[in-house]
Design a binder for this molecule. Structure first.
Ligand code: SAH
Ligand code: SF4
Ligand code: F3S
Length: 473
């Protein structure tokens, strides 16, 4: 899964990147989002709900009447950051007593009253209750602190058009499912997001069509485990939709739209998805397939429900069916009882698979999870850190080698915006999800261009525009 920087500023108006209106007497909402893409997408749902209730987004916290912070609980440090923000909001409220603060998202769901009792906090609202935000805010104004953290197993926000937050209006996320049923032993997600539920494919298709009409060129379908997506309609029992079929439905909407997805689960990713990817050139050649550990003892303890052999068999199948596909992963260093040999097994599987990219974490015990209840968090902090550093060092080398293999090749890149380093350059991503930087030339944001790679770092490909036009241009 991708992690996004905090303080994402949310921009205005359905599906478009329009600056917030500068004038008017509407009450102003400032939003901060932490955590994964699902949370970013949820914040977009929240903005939609709040705009419909007459609020306007503001860019600066100073002008806000209401602050919402959409929180993450995945690791302890994610939560510590939020506590720090709440202390800052408390200082702001001393100067501006009318200011209201709402804590939303996974930490709201996990800590409930504990968050509500923080002096800065007026309301605590869990991920299934965002439709009630305007009503709850009104109740705060009239009568003090409010909390709504009940799960609603039916809620998919299918009918709400999220107000897009991406800066360029080119690439965005579309949620296809909420919640998770997997109960990986270390993971808090099933406790804070509830049971898994898939979203009606018709509403997914409609949302993607609207995005295209508004100039979007790329969507990433997101769910905690996209492979368990399943939609059945009792009135049309022959038209069940699994993830491979959903991917096909979205790919067929427009060959000019690039389609990505995350996250795939090694225990569930079947060959059907791979064949669908092979069949449609607009489905990007990238799979995020978190392995977490290379040790069977750890995988079993983590309740991942696959072995390293089964994982490697999935990798072989990807390579066979999709030879140009990049593969990324997540790793956890220092899970309960992890031995030096278990850690060596992780380094070994990394070298076997040669992952193109990875997200790497030190194990953080989460209250109430199976691991917290049944196992001992017994790998010392400094050992966890050392193992994580070894994993990071190895991955940096593998990412560099992966990028070096691309030098001299030409890739189709969707231009997303100016590069961070120079206004003279644009950046975009290849189908394999590698960031590629090149001098602007005649290219425009939103164009598909062909770029020949001349050099690279472990994080970026550097290239120049090729003569050849993209087939999608
Ligand atoms: N649903 C996705 C992602 C879940 S969270 C999946 O199954 O892959 C993203 C990543 O955070 C996980 O893949 C895992 O590597 C990491 N993670 C989750 N819980 C963690 C914990 N308690 N400590 C450290 N890392 C954790
Ligand atoms: Fe967490 Fe596992 Fe679900 Fe991913 S699949 S969200 S790691 S419980
Ligand atoms: Fe995402 Fe963090 Fe919640 S990773 S689902 S925001 S716990």
């Amino acid at each position: 899964m991708l992690y996004l920087s905090p303080n994402l500023f949310l921009v205005n108006n359905k599906y478009r990147t329009v600056r917030p209106v500068e004038s008017g007497d509407l009450p102003q909402l400032y939003m901060e989002t932490y955590g994964c893409q699902m949370n970013v997408n949820d914040s977009e749902v929240v903005v939609s709900v709040m705009q419909d209730a007459g609020f306007r987004l503001c860019r600066e916290i100073d002008g806000a009447d209401v602050i919402f912070v959409n929180t993450c609980s995945i690791r302890d440090n994610a939560e510590q950051r939020i506590w720090g923000r709440l202390d800052l909001f408390r200082q702001l409220k001393k100067k501006r007593p009318a200011l209201k603060v709402g804590v939303l998202g996974c930490m709201a769901e996990r800590l409930k009253e504990e968050i509500l009792s923080h002096p800065a906090v007026d309301m605590v609202v869990g991920p299934d209750a965002y439709r009630q935000l305007p009503k709850l805010l009104e109740a705060v104004t009239n009568g003090g602190k409010q909390m709504e953290v009940r799960f609603n197993p039916e809620e998919t926000y299918a009918d709400i058009s999220p107000v897009r937050t991406d800066p360029n209006g080119i690439s965005t996320f579309v949620a296809i499912a909420r919640g998770c049923n997997n109960l990986c032993a270390y993971c808090v997600v099933p406790f804070v997001r509830g049971r898994e539920r898939s979203r009606d494919p018709k509403s997914i298709k409609r949302e993607v069509e609207e995005l295209i009409a508004n100039g979007y060129k790329e969507v990433t379908l997101i769910g905690q485990n996209v492979d368990s997506y399943f939609w059945t309609d009792p009135e049309h029992p022959t038209e069940d939709v699994n993830f491979a079929r959903l991917l096909e439905i979205v790919a067929l909407i427009d060959p000019k739209l690039r389609v990505r997805f995350a996250t795939s689960h090694p225990k569930d990713m079947g060959n059907g998805v791979l064949y669908t990817m092979a069949m449609y050139p607009n489905i990007c050649n990238h799979i995020h397939l978190p392995v977490q550990s290379g040790s069977n003892a750890m995988l079993s303890k983590m309740n991942r429900k696959y072995t390293r052999e089964k994982y490697l068999e999935r990798i072989d199948m990807i390579r066979k069916i999709l030879p140009d596909c990049s593969i990324s992963s997540d790793f956890i260093a220092g899970f309960c009882d992890e031995t030096p040999q278990d850690h060596a097994d992780t380094l070994f599987i990394m070298q076997l698979v040669k992952f193109d990219q990875a997200f790497m974490f030190q194990y953080s015990e989460r209250p109430n999870t199976k691991a917290a209840e049944a196992y001992s968090d017994n790998v010392p902090e400094e050992v966890k850190t050392q193992r994580l550093n070894e994993i990071i060092a190895l991955q940096n080398r593998l990412s560099l080698e992966s990028n070096q293999r691309d030098v001299g090749k030409t890739f189709e890149v969707l231009v997303e915006g100016p590069s961070k380093r120079s206004d003279l350059d644009y950046f975009g991503r290849t189908s394999q999800n590698k960031v590629c930087v090149f001098p602007r030339g005649e290219a425009q944001i939103g164009d598909y261009v062909m770029v020949t790679v001349h050099s690279c770092s472990s994080a970026t490909l550097m290239g120049t525009l090729a003569e050849k036009r993209s087939p999608r241009k």
